[in-house]
Design a protein around this ligand. Structure first.
Ligand SMILES: O=C(O)CCC(=O)C(=O)O
Ligand SMILES: [Fe+2]
Length: 299
């Protein structure tokens, strides 16, 4: 019993061995219904209160690369990092044990900790350029992490399909080798045209003798999609008449730690956590700081 316990009914929501195998081969997994409608509706309420200015606590300082939409930014796509830290209402739902337990199965990990959570809102505006999320994989943002098993749950707050610009993943791309020729993640996508990004993805696929098989994740309310930290993904316009609301819940296995990672020019990569979290005994940023990176599941 205790904190990390699943009920009999919840255990039936876990991926089967076969589904875990498929995740390892394809780099993505669409879950069963992990959240009740009431829980999903509570995420909407929590996010509306957040947008209206409510915070249970605020980050003690603002990391250099923090994504943080504020009302004066206007009707662009909204991203707010550390929403699990600033909103208890949202954190309560993200910490539901079944989510971490599913992640632990997929990552084949005994422990899963939260790494980051980003509240996302795509306004219903078919031609809004900031709504397009370019092809990327999350590991590129996490070079200061040791783990190759990190993963993300994309958690929409309603049925989420093609029309709303749902998440699209590239099947099996987590197994691709990097060409090293692209800088796909360093330049902002607003500066690029979508055809160029598609071409870069095609090039990377050719280099791997692979085909680009795009899977548009059709996600019913309460379900969520998981992707491996090396799986290419992106998303398109919101052509519906409703906002597309979601949370990206980024997770780390228990073994993940900070590492010093240097760019070609010798400079050290700094992740947002590095100026916020406590230090380990050896003076490194502690990616197990319970304030920022709480344990979601332990078996
Ligand atoms: O909002 C999206 O469509 C993409 C989110 C994303 O990049 C992620 O969940 O890692
Ligand atoms: Fe991503």
């Amino acid at each position: 019993m205790g904190m990390f316990h699943l009920t009999e009914d919840e255990r039936r929501l876990l991926p089967t061995d076969e589904e875990v195998q498929t995740y390892l081969e394809r780099g993505w997994y669409l879950s069963r219904k992990l959240l009740t409608d009431d829980e999903v509706d509570a995420l909407v309420d929590g996010s509306e209160r957040f947008y209206a200015g409510h915070r249970d606590r605020r980050l003690p300082s603002r990391p250099a690369k923090l994504a943080y939409w504020e009302p004066e930014h206007g009707p662009v796509q909204r991203h707010n990092d550390y929403v699990h830290y600033e909103s208890d209402e949202i954190a309560r739902i993200l910490r539901k044990p079944i989510i971490g337990a599913v992640a632990a199965r997929l990552a084949e990990a005994a422990e899963v900790r939260l790494f980051q959570s980003t509240l996302i809102y795509k306004p219903p505006s078919a031609n809004e350029p900031t709504n397009i999320v370019p092809w990327h994989f999350d590991r590129h943002y996490w070079q200061s992490s040791t783990s190759e098993r990190m993963l993300t749950a994309f958690v929409p707050m309603h049925d989420c399909g093609e029309e709303m610009g749902t998440l699209t993943v590239v099947d099996g791309s987590h197994l691709w080798k990097e060409t090293g020729a692209t800088d796909s993640t360093t330049r902002h996508f607003a500066e690029r045209d979508p055809a160029e990004l598609d071409e870069m993805l095609e090039e990377n696929a050719r280099y791997n003798d692979a085909e680009v098989n795009k899977i548009v994740m059709d996600i019913p309310k309460g379900h969520m999609s998981f992707h491996h930290c090396r799986t290419y993904h992106g998303s398109g316009a919101n052509r519906s008449d409703r906002p597309r609301r979601a949370i990206s819940l980024h997770m780390q296995d228990g073994e993940n730690q900070y590492r010093e990672f240097r760019r070609a020019d010798g400079s050290v990569v700094v992740y947002n956590h590095d100026t916020l979290v406590r230090r380990t005994a050896t003076g490194k940023p502690d990616y197990a700081d319970p304030e920022f990176c709480p344990v979601l599941w332990r078996s």
